[in-house]
Ligand binder design. Structure first.
Ligand code: GLN
Length: 455
């Protein structure tokens, strides 16, 4: 804990940590010390973590990187962090992210963006750590903490993990409780660990997940010992390579990385087969209808009354002016864009044409996966991202270009499946690249084991 706290102090330029909780950390570390001395150390005992700002921590600023939650200190604690602290973990601080987890570069944060610790060769240009869990990725990659919590609605664990050379898993929808995590798109949001390697991910995931009566979508299933499942033996497993993920204009480097991953899995004894997921091309448009629709509804609660910020009002202003001024001041541009898109696609005249259509597409995408799993495929291998980390400021002016970053990751959220990104080498300029494995529902243990074979 002390080593991490001093590393954080020296790494201000990364802007990864946005709220310091070192006092809490030191107290937790002391308790962990005595538990270790008593021979009563649980799985995460004394492990220093960073916590994404989307998680509500009792008495600690929890702002989802938004000005509208300025000054908000929850009275309650998220289930995931309760479980992590119960397992002995130490909280170093809150981590930077895109505002309300909307973004792929960490540039929508009210704190300013986190920075990727990696550079292109000798080039000094600052790169994005990815988003929305950019602070988590940057902090783990730069050794400021041993692991971090992330959340993934459309790729926000896997894309930043790929951009910073770390491991990140989004579990099956319902594995981790969403209680106490600020909601973005409730039917897609899942928490997961971001760690140095697959073994750490297995240990941390086990501590994070489990049934929670406070979240009606949390699954009442036993949590396996994921670490014990890491045998590295994938003989007899069938891995699918989906042809629709070979996008037009895909770079040779990403193509070569994918082929290399395929070979590694074959060498480890897996059977690799070509598969088809025919509705893949509709995933991104469907996601960018469904996610904003749910977000517009979830974000209606920020009204200047219940949480955080309230605008200064003028003489004669009524409740409508209070809502309008508070939301105009409190939300950033990307959040406003999503609220407008979401409200539009849910409006009476357009609901069927957009929202309902997107839900039907979502069902087809889910069915594509069910079909290949029914044919005996155990896991699916794809690139995690279409490129390596890009320079900050490059795509922020063009939202559609930014949305294209999520092309390989959103299908997994729409289908509710587990997906993991593992580091898989570097591009010509020395930047990390990631491969993604997608697993069967509830089979995170097998998925982690396949990923282990890629390490
Ligand atoms: N980049 C995607 C978005 O902006 C995904 C975000 C996420 O997974 N939280 O919606």
């Amino acid at each position: 804990t002390e080593a991490c706290l001093s590393a954080i102090e020296g790494a201000g330029k990364l802007n990864a940590f946005v709220h310091d909780t070192s006092e809490i950390a030191r107290r937790q570390a002391e308790v962990a010390d005595s538990r270790i001395k008593d021979g009563d150390a649980p799985s995460m005992c004394g492990i220093p973590l960073g916590i994404k700002d989307l998680f509500c921590i009792k008495g600690v600023p929890s702002q989802a990187a938004s000005n509208i939650l300025g000054g908000f200190k929850p009275e309650y604690e998220s289930t995931v962090t309760t479980q992590l602290f119960g397992a002995g973990a130490v909280m170093l601080g809150k981590l930077n992210m895109d505002e309300f987890a909307m973004g792929s570069s960490n540039e929508t944060s009210c704190y300013g963006n986190a920075v990727n610790p990696w550079r292109r060769g000798n080039d000094d240009e600052a790169l994005t750590p990815g988003g929305s869990s950019g602070g988590s990725a940057s902090a783990v990659s730069a050794d400021l903490c041993l692991g971090a919590t992330g959340t993934d609605t459309g790729g926000s664990i896997r894309q930043p993990a790929a951009f910073t050379g770390i491991t990140g898993i989004k579990p099956t929808y319902g594995r981790c409780s969403r209680w106490g995590i600020v909601a973005f798109a409730s039917s897609l949001d899942q928490a997961g660990p971001m760690t140095k390697d697959v073994r750490d991910a297995a240990i941390m995931l086990e501590a994070m997940c489990g049934h929670d009566p406070k979240d009606s979508t949390s699954a009442d299933l036993a949590v396996p010992n994921f670490e014990a499942m890491l045998t590295g033996d994938i003989k007899g497993k069938t891995i699918g390579i989906p042809r629709e993920y070979r996008m037009d204009g895909m770079s040779d480097e990403i193509d070569a990385l994918w082929a290399e991953g395929r070979k590694m899995l074959e060498d480890a004894g897996a059977k690799v087969v070509d598969i088809s997921l025919p509705h893949t091309k509709y995933a991104l448009p469907a996601y960018y209808v469904i996610a904003p629709a749910e977000a517009s509804s979830n974000l209606a609660r920020y009204d200047g009354v219940r949480y955080g910020h309230r605008a200064k009002l003028s003489q004669g202003d009524g409740i409508t002016e209070m809502y309008e001024k508070t939301r105009a001041e409190g939300f950033g541009d990307e959040v406003k864009r999503r609220v407008m898109v979401g409200t539009y696609v849910l409006s009476a005249g357009f609901y069927d044409a957009y929202y309902n259509r997107a839900r039907k597409v979502r069902t087809l995408i889910k069915k594509d996966f069910e079909d290949v799993f029914a044919q005996g495929v155990d896991a699916i291998l794809t690139p995690a991202t279409p490129s390596a980390a890009f320079p900050l400021g490059m795509e922020v002016e063009d939202p559609v270009q930014m949305y294209l970053n999520d092309v390989f990751t959103v299908t997994v959220n729409l289908a509710g499946l587990p997906g993991i990104s593992v580091p898989a080498g570097t591009d010509k300029q020395g930047l990390p690249l990631g491969l993604q494995l997608i697993g069967r529902p509830w089979e995170e243990g097998d998925l982690l084991n396949c990923a282990y074979a890629l390490e």
